[in-house]
Design a protein around this ligand. Structure first.
Ligand code: GDP
Length: 193
């Protein structure tokens, strides 16, 4: 299917949060995981989401409408940037918490995980938090063009155990387009729930 995504809203603060009737799927991941590249790949454009030369600088929630399906992909600010101040980190946590806990239309969170790294504590903290809220996690291993097949398989199995899911995490590469169709299918299924 020929899909398009368009940016319809950007917010920076809790008081700007509003409820939409449409289903939402959020995209989360630590800074530099390849989130902007993934959004651009899904959009089929190069510069829709700014590929960050300064990681951790995008503090906004960006709502993209997926057409013709009609649901929203909500790009959350990246987390875990080392040079980020405590105040900034706390602000991130508050905004994300407010977004996630007051949102019946949030169907799942696609958590992007760097396929070149072993499972990281900060990512596991987010996935357990989501689990505690009863929000489904869609794990996506990014930059899947980088590691060897064997390493990818090992990492998939580790994450499958950590998340106690029966399916393998998705593989995705913004560089080669690997996993793109599969990701669209999975997002579409969750958006329909
Ligand atoms: P963000 O901070 O999560 O938005 O990450 P970016 O999309 O800005 O990407 C961070 C870095 O990873 C950039 O240098 C990208 O070129 C690189 N990158 C992103 N996606 C891929 C990918 O699929 N394959 C490879 N090899 N590099 C990637």
């Amino acid at each position: 299917m020929n899909r398009t995504i368009e940016l319809v809203k950007t917010i920076y603060e809790i008081k700007q949060l509003e409820n939409f009737d449409e289903a939402q799927i959020a995209l989360a991941g630590r800074s530099n995981v390849g989130k902007s590249s993934l959004v651009n790949r899904l959009a089929g454009r190069k510069k829709l989401a700014k590929i960050s030369s300064k990681p951790g600088k995008t503090r906004s929630l960006n709502y993209y409408k997926v057409n013709p399906d009609g649901y929203f992909l909500v790009d959350l600010p990246g987390y875990g940037y080392a040079k980020c101040s405590k105040t900034e980190r706390a602000k991130w946590a508050k905004l994300i918490e407010a977004y996630m806990t007051s949102n019946p239309q949030l169907k799942a969170v696609a958590v992007l995980l760097d396929s070149r790294l072993t499972p990281q504590k900060i990512d596991m903290e987010l996935t357990s938090y989501l689990k505690s809220l009863g929000i489904p996690v869609i794990p996506v291993l990014t930059k899947a063009d980088k590691p060897k097949q064997r390493e990818l398989a090992k990492l998939q199995s580790q994450w499958k155990d950590i998340l106690q899911q029966k399916n393998n995490p998705l593989l995705f590469s913004s560089k080669t387009g690997k996993g793109e169709d599969n990701l669209w299918d999975v997002l579409g299924e969750y958006a329909k729930l």
